[in-house]
Design a protein around this ligand. Structure first.
Ligand code: DGT
Ligand code: CA
Ligand code: CA
Length: 555
């Protein structure tokens, strides 16, 4: 490096140009501080205007590295180390690593260097791209082809999507992939070569970050097999859960990081997540619970919930047909429910306010007859007579009691006046629940993720009333709704209110959305007994039977 700089000074100070010296046959190696090798390179530049070696190095160097090297306090050596050790090639990548505290651990870097880097980056006015979250279902669609592509990598022994995706959060910011590999795997090459990759943000030997054409960022970490459990645990998070787990490790004189559990620098565990938890004295904690909302304490007390599973679900209590805005016929819906192994399906086409006002409810009477016919014809599935009944602005229901009485259950929901002030909205829902026919309060807050805020509702009072009156609340499994959310599910459970996980399917295939509802329910700590559509039909109907108002016989 210094030789080049000195040579540059000598050349710049020459009384005549290098070209004319060469033209008159002079040997550049005679100049002070310039040897054979340098003389040849200078001659090459003079002749061709380029330097082959420089072109070669430039081709091998990620373009961002010069930018990194130019940062105050860094320089080429440290830039190279950041690249080789952490796979950093851009200022954004550097900012992320520094913020995460990953830089200070490198040889020749310290906490101070990290701070200086962050300062310098701040001075440059560079910030991480604005936080943008995408619905879990969309993230799944993006992840599936990528994961399939990576599975073909050489030497790959395990691959998982970790992060918020694995915790089944309703939205995710990026995909965090963890791969376990044998030596010499090409999994990072395969990631970079994935057709959907638009930009490679970082590429190292154990880590790479790319941005897909959709804008979704993907982080891939590659670990040896004995670190798989520790890496999965670390990159599944949440961060708060990790911190709590690491604290337990420290209390036991252990060190826990993404490579394993260590005692006095010696690896003691880390191949599986179970091993990691066992090392810190805990049973396995399902990813959906890892939000630092009391799961560590529950695990220590042996009180972890036995979370509901998709296989526990034996029916769906909210589905549409072509009788309202669904795309599949009653028969198609029935057959699809049976194909899923369900025992029952509640048919809940819309009973709208205007239908009732204009006495246009003939469709419902006809549908009930058709349900009778299909129930007689089809084995292995029972269609329940129901409707999704509008809760009107004053809290009354859009169907007359005489019709409600003929239904097996009524699924009631707000579809208008979503913006009422909190007091009025709450009173409206409470009034609706006074009807002995309201079986299930559907998508209680009316939110649409990323599109519509939840309506103002005092959920505690609503759940209180639901318990008193024996109403069930819905967890709508549509990925854009997931309403109740996880926090409200937990609240319902703690208050003793049961939940129906329902797909609100508008076509046969949407019965498959059930798993998104189950995921959210698990995040809300729900167990099988908290969910009504795990019950066999007879028990379900007994549970839905509401106390009859005075003077009227119970249904
Ligand atoms: P997201 O991406 O916002 O949807 O949520 P996460 O949880 O996927 O967050 P992300 O992608 O930033 O990081 C993935 C996991 O890596 C995170 O859940 C826990 C772990 N992690 C990241 N940064 C830290 C950290 O500074 N400390 C600890 N203990 N863990 C971290
Ligand atoms: Ca993430
Ligand atoms: Ca990430």
């Amino acid at each position: 490096m210094r030789a080049y700089r000195n040579a540059a000074r000598v050349v710049a100070d020459l009384p005549e140009s290098v070209e004319s010296m060469l033209a008159s046959g002079r040997d550049l190696a005679e100049l002070p501080g310039i040897g054979r090798d340098l003389a040849g390179k200078i001659a090459e530049i003079a002749r061709t205007g380029r330097l082959g070696l420089l072109d070669e190095v430039a081709a091998r160097t990620p373009p961002g590295l010069t930018e990194l090297a130019a940062l105050p306090g860094l320089g080429p050596k440290r830039a190279r180390a950041l690249h080789d050790e952490l796979g950093i090639t851009t200022l954004e990548g550097l900012a992320e690593a520094a913020r995460a505290g990953a830089v200070r651990g490198l040889r020749g870097f310290g906490r101070l260097t990290e701070e200086r880097i962050l300062e310098a980056l701040g001075a440059l006015g560079r910030r991480a791209p604005a936080e943008q979250r995408i619905p879990l279902a969309a993230a799944e669609r993006a992840a599936a082809p990528l994961v399939e592509h990576l599975r073909a990598a050489r030497g790959l022994t395990a691959l998982a999507v970790a992060g918020s995706f694995r915790r089944r959060r309703e939205t995710v910011r990026d995909l965090d992939l963890v791969a376990a590999c044998r030596e010499g795997s090409d999994v990072i090459d395969r990631l970079v070569a994935f057709p959907g990759v638009e930009e490679v943000l970082a590429r190292g030997t154990t880590r790479s970050t790319v941005r897909l054409a959709s804008g979704l960022q993907v982080d891939l970490r590659v670990v040896p097999e004995e670190s798989l459990g520790a890496a999965l645990h670390y990159f599944t998070g949440s961060k708060a859960h990790n911190i709590a787990t690491r604290r337990l490790a420290i209390e036991r004189g252990l060190k826990l990081n993404e490579y394993g559990v260590f005692r006095d620098g010696r690896y003691v565990a880390g191949r599986t997540e179970e091993e990691v938890y066992r090392a810190v004295g805990l049973p396995y904690i399902p990813p959906e619970l890892r939000e630092s909302r009391g799961e560590i304490e529950a695990a220590q007390a042996g009180d972890l919930p036995l979370l509901v599973e998709e296989g526990d679900i034996v029916g769906d209590l909210h589905a549409h047909t072509t009788a309202s805005d669904g795309a599949s016929s009653l028969r198609e819906m029935a057959e699809a429910a049976r194909a899923r192994g369900y025992e029952y399906l509640a048919v809940t086409d819309h009973a709208r306010r205007r239908d009732a006002a204009q006495g246009r409810t003939g469709w419902l009477a006809r549908q009930m007859e058709e349900i009778d016919r299909l129930n007689a014809e089809l084995d292995g599935i029972v269609l329940l007579k129901s409707a999704e009944v509008d809760i009107l602005a004053d809290g009354s229901l859009a169907l007359p009691d005489a019709l409600l009485e003929r239904l097996d259950l009524a699924v009631c929901a707000i579809h208008s006046s979503l913006a009422l002030p909190r007091e009025r909205q709450t009173a409206r829902v409470l009034r609706a629940m006074e009807s002995p026919y309201l079986s299930i309060l559907a998508h209680p807050t009316g939110r649409k993720i990323g599109r519509r805020k939840p309506s103002e509702l005092d959920m505690e009072r609503v759940l209180e009333a639901a318990r008193e009156r024996g109403c069930v609340v819905e967890l709508n499994a549509q990925p854009a709704r997931l309403d109740l959310d996880d926090v409200h599910c937990r609240m319902a459970k703690e208050m003793g209110v049961r939940v129906a996980i329902s797909t609100d399917a508008h076509r046969a295939a949407e019965l498959g959305l059930m798993r998104f509802g189950v995921d959210q329910a698990r995040r809300g700590w729900l167990e099988r007994d908290d969910v009504v559509n795990t019950l066999p039909l007879e028990e379900l109907m007994a549970l839905l039977r509401r106390p009859a108002p005075s003077g009227r016989p119970a249904r």
